[in-house]
Structure formats: C-alpha cells, structure tokens
Design a protein around this ligand. Structure first.
Ligand SMILES: Nc1ncnc2c1ncn2[C@@H]1O[C@H](COP(=O)(O)OP(=O)(O)OP(=O)(O)O)[C@@H](O)[C@H]1O
Ligand SMILES: [Mg+2]
Length: 225
C-alpha cells in the first residue's frame, strides 16, 4: 500500500474556557491517502471541526504530530504554515464564505492573485475551474444571484485555484438539499478519481459517508476507522 499523504499521530487538544476544561481530542490518529475520499463522521461536538482545523494547520494541537509527505508540520513557523496551506491545501466550509461584492469568476481568481499569479493567467484558470464545476455561464454572477448548490460549487472551484493536493471540507453539503448535496459530493468523487486529489469531508449524511473510500468516526475524543 502507498504511504499516506498526511498522517496525524496522537493529536491531543484541550480547550480551557471559563475554568472549564474540554478534552476534545485525546490522542487521535488518522491517515489520509491520495486518490481517496475520506469521511470523518461523529456527533455534534465530538471534535470533527477541531480535528480538521488541526490537520489543515489552522489550529494548534497541544501535542502530537502532523506529517505531510514526511515533513512534520506542527514545528513550522506560522509563516511557513501559511505558505504550506496556500500551496498544498484547499478548504471548503458549510457556508461558502464567498465575497459578496465580487463575481463568481473574481472569487475563484482571488487566491491566485494573492499567490502572485498575473491577472490574465488567473482569469484563464478561473474560467477553466468554473467549467469544471459546470458553472461557466455563471462566471459574472454575484454569490447572491446563485443557488446554494451553485455557491458551494464556486467555493470548490476557489479551493482548487492553486492546484491543491488535499482538500479539507467541513460539512460542505450541510446546507444543501439532497439533490445539490449529491451534485457537490459527485464533484469531490471526480476530483479524487480524475485529478488524484485527496479529499477529506466531514459530514452528518450517512448516505454520503458510506460512499467514501475510508470512514473515520469521532467518539469520546478518539477516532476509529
Ligand atoms: N474555540 C473554542 N473554545 C472552547 N471550546 C471549543 C472551541 N471550539 C470548539 N470547542 C468545543 O470543542 C468541542 C468540539 O467542537 P467541534 O466544533 O470540533 O465539534 P464538531 O464535531 O465539529 O461539531 P458539529 O458537528 O456540531 O460541527 C465542543 O464541545 C465545543 O464546544
Ligand atoms: Mg463542526
């Protein structure tokens, strides 16, 4: 079997708020493979989002290791972590977080412009990505002019902007009806199969998680495959 793209080892995370300690992750181990669609499931409050943020270096663990292609990420400086995220990762959330004053096309161009790609190249690639998510005809529409499923597909196109190797998606279909949820899920399946991108999806929807290649369940601070 091939090596994991990303490995989390013995991740421990505790929140301290108002003198209340919440032991959210009590030694979590997880392996993420390229060419696989991985699901993380579990009850509300079980720590799925916390884990996803730690995997994506957006949040710090108290202890443990995150190893990406053999490199230990938690030791990197904040600046290096930000560069790592920009180069390797794409994030998709339950709420699309698109910029309301910009068109679909401009939203998809944004991460490329931030990464220093020139405007013409960014536009060309953004058009290709919108075509990939079947939204070419909505390139000039603002988020408010799109349906929930369409917005989520723009958010996925944006997550793909810098050619990530790994997409971390936190309940990307949580806000969608069944038909749109299925459409967004199929898109993730396609990214895994055709583009060899690793996708991790947190979901409450069993009909989706059972179609994933690997399913992890969070319970009582521990994860089970
Ligand atoms: N910033 C924070 N400060 C204190 N406690 C937090 C913080 N973020 C999360 N928690 C707590 O950690 C636990 C796990 O939260 P998390 O958001 O990871 O759960 P989840 O599995 O994603 O839940 P949901 O399915 O509802 O999204 C919860 O008990 C939550 O209250
Ligand atoms: Mg959550």
């Amino acid at each position: 079997m091939n090596n994991p793209l990303l490995q989390a080892k013995n991740i421990i995370k505790t929140y301290n708020e108002d003198k209340i300690r919440t032991n959210v992750l009590k030694g979590v181990n997880i392996d993420i493979y390229s060419n696989e669609l991985t699901a993380i499931v579990g009850k509300s409050g079980s720590g799925k989002s916390t884990l996803l943020h730690i995997l994506g270096t957006l949040d710090k663990a108290d202890s443990g290791e995150i190893i990406y292609k053999g490199e230990e990420l938690l030791k990197l400086s904040d600046k290096k972590k930000a560069a790592f995220r920009n180069i390797h990762l794409g994030f998709v959330y339950q709420f699309h977080h698109l910029l309301s004053d910009f068109s679909a096309l401009e939203n998809v161009m944004m991460p490329m412009l931030i990464a220093g790609i020139n405007k013409n190249d960014a536009k060309q690639r953004a058009l290709e990505l919108l075509e990939k998510v079947a939204l070419s005809e909505k390139a000039d529409s603002r988020p408010s002019e799109l349906s929930g499923g369409q917005r989520q597909r723009v958010a996925i196109a944006r997550a793909l902007a810098n050619n990530p190797e790994l997409i971390l998606a936190d309940e990307p279909t949580g806000n969608l009806d069944e038909k749109n949820a299925q459409m967004v899920f199929s898109l993730f399946e396609k990214l895994v199969k055709e583009d060899k991108i690793a996708v991790v999806i947190v979901t409450h929807d069993n009909s989706l998680s059972e179609k994933c290649d690997r399913v992890y369940t969070m319970k009582d601070g521990i994860i089970h495959e």
